[in-house]
Design a protein around this ligand. Sequence first.
Ligand code: SF4
Length: 231
Amino acid sequence: MKVAGLQKTTLIDYPEKIASIIFTQGCNMKCPYCHNPSLIPSAKDEQDFIPLDQLWHFIDHRKELIDGIVITGGEPTLQQGLIDFIKKINSNDLKVKLDTNGSNPNLLAKLINQELLDYIAMDIKAPFAKNEPIIGKSGFEKSISKSIELIKKSTINYEFRTTVVPTLHDAKTIDKIGKLINGSKRHYIQNFRPKNTLDSELLKIKEFPPAKLKEFKSILSKYVERVFIRN
Ligand code: SF4
């Protein structure tokens, strides 16, 4: 496990729970709007990572104050040893929320089948035809489709979510995203913020106005049971 960061408390990243956040290093996508670009490279100096004994010490002292841990990234499912890591969190009587870009359905299936997760948040970043400009890569279609189906069929609490960026998303794109997750339970629309982006050109654009987010919400509501706008 390469843990590059830790946030002691969050009241917003794990619905209805008080949690701490663990940020893992390394991602297989390259979204131009990524707000954590320093977490994308998989290789870094060992001294940049939090030693695991230090992390367990933190969790041991924190566990009475929180309900669970959010594991985010980067892309956490790329981490060697993630399953044992989550088992150890569970053994501390803590719930786990996993944030994922959906690119590793095999590992996701193991985590779901072993009932190690309490909540999954999967990004639905783009319709497949727009993968290249939106996630900065191509070739994830099969794995993302598998992850969507796995999550929809599971009994675990979940959300699909999309960060919407004015130069990358429009009503047509959102409609295609809706079709991808047709029949799912919950979707969150998250407005882009022009801060600390991988592509510095995006710092020049403004986020969507509230009316546009409402329009996206009504489009997605044709496909998803409950759609929310996350502020
Ligand atoms: S936004 Fe998420 S999936 Fe995209 S590059 Fe950043 S960490 Fe990876």
